[in-house]
Design a protein around this ligand. Structure first.
Ligand code: KG4
Ligand code: ZN
Length: 395
């Protein structure tokens, strides 16, 4: 196979990233600059995100090219995230990619960020996952919680159909909001993941949100391939909800008068510089004196409820559509309890399951370059007039 090198650029939220990927699989470089500034505000501030992307884009792309040890003349195409995401943030990546493509006389490929997350798994699971299609993809991140039926066409491109989504908060958003409520740094998902393993989950604390499954028309289970390729057919839905669990945590905190301890923890974290820190072993050890057992148990119970909710919808949908495999991706797919629970349940059901490498779970440009490869093969290039599509949908 000829060597097709694609430079990917991702700037949809708060990571500026560039990567060089060969033939949609081999990552030659993947540079990710995370914007720490948002931890001052407990969430992403769109105006600051655009400004930080503007600062970072040139050095990040240069470093990705240097680490891959390639020149622009070695590239076959430039791929960029078209959406969904923050308009101003997307605009920085798109404008830069357009200028580069024009200057180097290379085709430009527009990639849906959500498809990128799916390719973060496919790019290194292809051997073990050779006969994976049709598959069910659970994409679960700070901004999105979706279930897609994904089918590979004979031309090796992919076709997606959305069969479930959150009706309110994304699962990652629930992690981040509950973390903020408990005085933990942003992003909160990794902190909750690390702290939950030190508590005991009470499975009765946060019951499942009961979302009525929508199954209009012919409710009989369909073969996934058939369902994925029939655009006019109204499929059964496997929607989810996470705002109820978040509200239940807030109520629990109020009822058990936990606010003073939370305020103390928040102050202490700021005083010792933990409020912008990642929960590595050393920071976790420094943080632990500020948590009592009921707080750790609350964190474990919350995480357990979110994980069980996600898994329940995914396995219902997988069963309904009779898919051949399950793929889980997006920032929340880094969660250790989600990986453990879904792997155990998939093994029990004899359903092959794959997750991305941890570094490819959260936003990165390697997944954008990987998703662009099948589009390169079918000459699916973007026009010069490409613009951000903040609400871009997949399937
Ligand atoms: O995919 P991503 O980097 O950005 C979006 O496209 O949204 O996902 C970021 C989200 C954040 O909400 C973050 O808290 C969550 O992923 N996250 C985690 C973990 N690592 C990141 N959530 C739970 N457990 C983790 N280990
Ligand atoms: Zn993402």
């Amino acid at each position: 196979m000829p060597s097709t090198l694609i430079l990917g650029i991702e700037s949809s939220c708060d990571e500026t990233s560039a990567a060089v990927v060969r033939n949609g699989q081999a990552v030659l470089s993947n540079v990710v600059a995370s914007q720490l500034i948002h931890s001052n505000y407990g969430g992403v501030v769109p105006e600051l995100a655009s400004r930080e992307h503007l600062r970072a884009i040139v050095p990040v792309v240069r470093e990705a090219m240097q680490r891959a040890n390639v020149a622009y003349s070695d590239l076959a195409a430039i791929a960029v995230t078209e959406g969904p995401g923050l308009a101003g943030a997307l605009l920085v990546g798109i404008s830069f990619a357009k200028a580069l493509a024009f200057g180097a006389n290379l085709p430009l490929i527009a990639v849906n960020h959500l498809e990128g997350h799916i390719h973060a798994v496919l790019m290194d699971a292809t051997t073990a996952f050779a006969d994976a299609s049709p598959l069910l993809a659970l994409v679960v991140s700070g901004g999105h919680t979706h279930l897609y039926l994904a089918t590979q066409t004979p031309e090796q491109t992919w076709h997606y159909r959305n069969v479930g989504k959150t009706l309110d908060d994304a699962a990652g958003e629930a992690f981040d909001k509950v973390a903020k409520l408990l005085g933990l740094p942003y992003p909160g998902g990794p902190w909750i993941d690390a702290l939950a393993s030190l508590g005991t989950a009470d499975t009765r604390l946060f019951p499942f949100a009961q979302i009525k499954q929508k199954a209009t028309g012919n409710t009989a289970p369909k073969l996934a391939r058939e369902a994925a390729l029939q655009p006019n057919d109204d499929p059964a839905r496997f929607d989810m909800s996470f705002s109820g669990i978040k509200t239940a945590v807030r109520r629990y905190v109020e009822l058990h008068h936990m606010q003073p301890a939370i305020a103390t923890r928040d102050d202490a974290f700021r005083a010792i510089g933990l409020h912008k820190a990642k929960p590595d072993t050393m920071n976790l050890a420094r943080a632990l004196p500020y948590f009592d057992a009921p707080t750790l148990n609350l964190i474990a119970s919350f995480q357990n409820a979110v994980v069980k909710n996600l898994a329940r919808s995914a396995f219902h949908a997988a069963e309904h559509y009779g898919v051949r495999s399950l793929l889980v991706s997006g920032g929340v797919s880094a969660n250790s309890e989600l990986r453990r629970h879904i792997t155990a349940e998939a093994t029990r059901r004899n359903l092959p399951v794959a997750f991305p490498a941890i570094a490819l779970s959260t936003d990165n440009a390697a997944m954008i370059a990987a998703a662009a490869f099948p589009k390169f093969l079918t000459r699916d290039f973007a026009p010069d007039t490409l613009e951000p599509t903040p609400q871009l949908r997949l399937g």
